[in-house]
Design a protein around this ligand. Structure first.
Ligand SMILES: *Cc1c(COP(=O)(O)O)cnc(C)c1O
Length: 459
């Protein structure tokens, strides 16, 4: 019999108690933090959905492998085990470890990207974009149109638009040192890219002689979406889908804090050795020797085990069920979300949910604060608190330009929370939905010059 209930496919042998504060205690905490959830301590949070990055619960097998790691400075056997695993899963034999994803980006782009270059992708993640722009190049987003519409339930909203890409490559000959795609499309809400799109994108890059590099942070989640949503993929194993994904590419950049199920780590993986010597020289400058790259050998062991565990289809069924279940439950109680749910996160549409709060009073931030007060949930506003701008008009008057969307992101750590905990949270959200008219807007009282969301204060 096929069961209706999708369960956590693991036993739990190490636990950490949840902390519960009263609403009054939380009120004191959030007041002191200027209504900014980045400024509160994790010990004051009950359910931490700030990010899925590096927050994974590692397995007994990962911890076990870490205990027998070979911490030799050069030629460690842990490096060889890690390298061989990357080759087995992705087919790339040349592997350069880094301390996390953005270090892989900095080393790789530092070698290949020059001022005046343009790098296309579906959507660049923010550290990817920042590392490209830092070199004086342009990061260009060419996601399909449906990827920009939060209500459109299309199955592969992370796809890179092949028509736009063809035109872009034809118009920018000689300026594109590499072409990219992000799987899943984090900036676009964790939406997947189809195998058909990967094939099209690879052939366009090939036609123009552009090396194809995948930002592979959530490659296993993307492969599971392909298995469940794309025609003729249902009978394939996720491992073979993942392998075919990488077969289209010349290499990948990876943050191991996502689908390598690790708390830290990253890598560059490449099919051939054309850039290898130069990349290793850059690596030695800031990350370390090529067989550890800014990590301990035990981290390499953890990643090697994680890269295999993440392809377990029971795990991936449960993983994708977390966000789809959570978003269905939110929609059931009248809380609108971006559709369909992404792989690692659910995005609440705060503009639609709280129409009585205008953008200049930060409806997303107001909702994030209420989710904390009511439930001890830490989420992340992705709206006008993060991206809104103040401009001065010719008359001298100050004007607020809001973000295009007012979203609150709940990103789910891997293997950390259970279904009954999600049901408990949803119960509390029902209360919030009933009394949403009482939620009040916020006023920005400290506006830092850079990256407002990390340090801003609101009243
Ligand atoms: C997290 C992430 C990165 C950067 O990785 P870090 O390990 O956080 O430095 C790059 N691209 C995508 C798509 C990511 O999700």
């Amino acid at each position: 019999m096929k069961k209706r209930t999708i369960i956590e496919p693991f036993k739990i042998k190490m636990v950490e108690p949840l902390t519960f504060l009263t609403r009054d205690e939380r009120k004191r905490v959030i007041d002191e933090a200027g209504n900014n959830l980045f400024l509160i301590k994790s010990e004051h949070v009950t359910f931490d959905f700030l990010t899925d990055s590096g927050t994974t619960a590692m397995s007994a097998a990962q911890w076990g492998a870490m205990m027998v790691a070979d911490e030799s400075y050069a030629g460690s056997r842990s490096f060889e085990r890690f390298r061989a695993t990357v080759e087995k899963v992705m087919g790339f034999s040349h592997v350069i470890p880094t301390h996390q994803g953005r270090a892989a980006e900095r080393v790789f782009f530092g070698q290949l990207v020059k001022s005046g270059h343009k790098i296309p992708s579906n959507n660049h993640f923010d550290t990817t974009r920042a590392n490209i722009e830092f070199l004086g190049a342009e990061a260009v987003d060419l996601v399909v149109e449906e990827g920009k519409d939060p209500a459109n339930p299309a199955p592969f909203k992370g796809n890179l638009d092949p028509v736009k890409l063809e035109k872009f490559c034809a118009e920018n000959r000689g300026k594109i040192p590499i072409g990219m795609i992000t799987i899943t499309n984090n900036t676009g809400g964790g939406q997947p890219v189809s195998m058909e799109n990967l094939r099209q994108v690879a052939s366009i890059y090939k036609k123009y002689g552009i090396p194809f590099i995948i930002d592979a942070c959530r490659f296993a989640e993307n492969s599971m979406f392909i298995k469940t949503r794309e025609a003729e993929m249902g009978s394939r194993t996720v491992a073979s889908i993942a392998r075919e994904t990488f077969d289209f590419a010349d290499g990948c950049l990876m943050s191991a804090k996502k689908d390598a199920m690790s708390n830290i780590g990253g890598f560059i993986a490449l099919r051939d050795d054309r850039w290898l010597a130069d990349l290793r020289n850059l690596l030695i400058l800031t990350e370390g020797f090529p067989t550890y790259g800014g990590l301990a050998a035990r981290d390499l062991e953890g990643m090697a085990v994680g890269l295999i565990e993440v392809l377990d289809e029971n795990y991936l069924t449960y993983r994708l069920a977390v966000s789809s279940y959570f978003s269905e439950q939110l929609n059931r109680i009248g809380i609108p979300t971006m559709r369909p749910a992404g792989g690692h996160a659910v995005y609440i549409d705060a503009k639609a949910f709280l129409p009585h709060i205008p953008p200049e009073q930060f409806p997303g931030q107001a909702l994030a604060v209420e989710l904390y007060l009511a439930e001890g949930v830490r989420s992340c506003e992705i709206g006008s608190a993060m991206f809104g701008k103040f401009t001065t008009e010719s008359s001298g008057a100050k004007k607020f330009v809001p973000a295009a969307m007012e979203l609150v992101r709940l990103a789910f750590p891997r293997r950390v929370y259970t279904q009954s905990q999600f049901d408990y949270i949803i119960e509390g959200f029902e209360e919030i939905a009933l009394n949403k008219d009482r939620i009040r807007g916020l006023k920005l009282v400290y506006d830092p010059p850079y990256l407002r969301h990390f340090t801003a204060r609101f009243a």
